[in-house]
Design a protein around this ligand. Structure first.
Ligand SMILES: [Cu+2]
Length: 177
């Protein structure tokens, strides 16, 4: 904190030190690099997905999810319905305190339109172990076109802190032949 006024009245019009100019140039160039990396990673990276987003109310999203579960439920697992929707269809997974619901069973090398939304707060959809991450907000229907290319059991963990049950918020996607 300055307790005396600057000695020159026009204090801001001094020549800028060379070191400072170098730092400004470095920061500017790095900013440009990062900007173009965003575009590069969109194509070359495997985490930044092209997605679509639409407005939807939590009630409407919940209704669509329930309709899919009723139609395509094949079994239960730990109190969760396991749903096997036909390839090419719209599939829904909702986030809420504190679960990803329902469990999905998808076929390898088939494409699905995966719809994600939250019924309450912001959640993070993190597909493990592939490390695909999306922010999931109430009021928005995030749509990702998904073509699983390996079979197995994948976990969906919430990676946006959402309260006391956050660490228990684990969903599942099975990919089968
Ligand atoms: Cu959460």
């Amino acid at each position: 904190m300055a307790i005396t006024p600057p000695s020159e009245r026009i204090w801001w019009n001094e020549p800028v030190a060379k070191v400072e100019l170098i730092w400004i140039a470095v920061a500017f160039v790095w900013g440009l690099v990062m900007f173009f990396m965003m575009i590069y990673w969109h194509g070359a990276g495997e985490q930044n997905l092209s997605n679509e987003a639409y407005r939807i109310t939590p009630a409407a999203f919940s209704e669509k999810t329930n309709a899919m579960v009723e139609k395509y439920k094949v079994r239960e697992e730990g109190g969760f319905p396991v749903v096997r929707p036909p390839p090419g269809s719209d599939v829904y997974m909702l986030g809420r305190l504190w679960q990803w619901w329902p469990i999905l069973e998808l076929e390898k090398d088939q494409s699905y339109r995966l719809h994600l939304s939250s019924l309450d707060w912001q959640h993070g959809f993190s597909l493990q172990p592939t490390n695909i991450n999306l922010q999931i907000h109430p009021g928005y229907d995030m749509v990702v076109t998904l073509t699983p290319d390996q079979t197995g059991e994948f976990s969906v963990v919430c990676n946006e802190f959402c309260g006391i049950g956050h660490h228990l918020m684990i969903g599942k996607i099975f990919v089968v032949e």
